[in-house]
Design a protein around this ligand. Structure first.
Ligand SMILES: O=P(O)(O)O[C@@H]1[C@@H](OP(=O)(O)O)[C@H](OP(=O)(O)O)[C@H](O)[C@H](OP(=O)(O)O)[C@H]1OP(=O)(O)O
Ligand SMILES: Nc1ncnc2c1ncn2[C@@H]1O[C@H](COP(=O)(O)OP(=O)(O)OP(=O)(O)O)[C@@H](O)[C@H]1O
Length: 357
């Protein structure tokens, strides 16, 4: 927990210090982290009083970049995002600046959290960038609110990879998940990753979409309190409608699908792919979606996209190419992988039965 002060215009986070003789206004509490960012909850400090101008910051999240990614102009990137999405379709965010000493303090704390075993093992030795002092302020989509439920998911590849073999029986996401599940069966979600097929989610077919929604409920551990006004089945029906027909969820997924195709029609294997476009397509294939709905089925479902950070092109191209080669050569696309007898998997891919022999 790091104590800090807020400053209004331009938005900035300062250490408690000489400039601020009063007690700290807020504390930054470690929330979560991914491969590229660490997120902090902004909470009021126990002793300080909050300037009324800063009250809107409380309970928001501060998202800070790690130092393990190459720098791409955040400004131009945000212009691309804004050009392609309605503001209601993405998690609202505001750029803020942090004083370097706040970053130093947070990095020291990360080391401590690491020693205390609180950080995820795969994120150890990763720290916040001291070169880029920008952070994003955003609403906490996972904040508990009475009667409101949130599911976080990754829509992933909403179309088959352009360079997958024509006789593929798994889409890119299911092929990669099958490979991950065999190689690291102890991974999250009871040893499986991506238990749903993105092609089924975007199929506009209720019979295919409902099982995906049920899987999302299971993996997100959504449990209904006794006072939920709707039964789980009614909510699952509501979400199925949201992702079929004229539902807004399907509209957003289709838009994501179109953009994935537009920015990467040929795949990473070509001789000279347009790296900037490819990187944007890969961002759109790895972004998150927060799905919010209420236990009272009368209120509308809401979906917002997050984690639309630019993928670094340097270094990543060779990773994407190698992975595509492995998925193809090791038989993960075609379902002819050598591991199949060792670790038999339930096949969820839409292509599995459709292209079965
Ligand atoms: O390769 P993929 O499709 O498995 O996606 C990776 C993600 O894996 P997962 O969603 O679990 O399958 C992976 O997610 P996790 O770290 O496994 O949660 C990352 O998002 C990775 O991106 P980056 O290296 O952090 O920029 C992602 O890598 P990119 O392919 O987007 O570069
Ligand atoms: N607005 C938000 N509200 C609540 N929780 C959030 C929000 N944004 C992100 N998170 C949580 O923090 C985690 C890490 O955030 P994020 O996905 O932005 O990090 P990342 O480093 O970009 O991830 P990746 O490993 O996919 O690159 C997310 O998986 C999510 O659980």
């Amino acid at each position: 927990m790091i104590e800090a002060q807020l400053d209004g215009d331009p938005p900035a986070i300062h250490p408690r210090g000489r400039k601020y003789q009063q007690q700290s206004e807020i504390v930054l509490e470690y929330h979560k982290e991914g491969g590229a960012n660490v997120l902090y909850r902004i909470q009021p400090s126990a002793q300080g009083t909050i300037d009324p101008a800063h009250r809107t910051w409380i309970n928001q999240l501060l998202r800070l970049r790690k130092d393990n990614i190459s720098s791409i102009s955040v400004d131009s990137y945000h212009r691309t995002i804004k050009k392609n999405f309605e503001s209601d379709d993405i998690v609202r965010s505001e750029l803020v600046i942090c004083h370097p000493s706040i970053i130093d303090a947070l990095n020291l704390e990360l080391k401590q959290l690491e020693d205390d075993g609180i950080r995820p093992t795969k994120r150890l030795n990763q720290f916040i960038s001291v070169k880029d002092l920008h952070g994003m302020l955003m609403p906490n989509m996972l904040a508990p609110a009475e009667g409101v439920y949130t599911i976080e998911m990754k829509p992933k590849w909403l179309l088959q990879s352009p360079t997958a073999p024509p006789n593929a029986r798994r889409c890119r996401t299911c092929a990669k998940a099958a490979r991950d599940n065999c190689k690291a069966p102890q991974r999250q979600w009871g040893g499986r990753v991506h238990l749903y097929c993105p092609l089924a989610l975007v199929s506009d077919d209720e019979e295919l979409v409902t099982p995906v929604i049920r899987t999302l409920f299971k993996t997100a551990h959504v449990s209904f309190e006794n006072n939920a006004l709707c039964s789980q089945d009614r909510i699952i029906n509501l979400l199925t409608s949201y992702f079929t027909g004229s539902g807004d969820g399907l509209r957003l997924l289709k838009q994501l699908q179109d953009l994935q195709a537009k920015f990467d029609p040929d795949g990473a294997m070509g001789i000279a792919p347009d790296l900037e476009k490819l990187a944007f397509a890969m961002t759109l294939r790895d972004c998150s979606m927060f799905l919010r709905f209420s236990g009272d089925c009368d209120r509308p479902v809401e979906a917002r996209l997050a984690d639309l950070d630019p993928k670094p092109t340097e270094g990543k191209l060779s990773y994407w190419r190698k992975l595509e080669e492995q998925l193809t050569d090791e038989g993960w696309y075609t379902g002819t992988e050598k591991f199949q007898e060792i670790q038999k998997q339930d096949e969820v891919c839409l292509l599995w039965t459709r292209n079965g022999t």
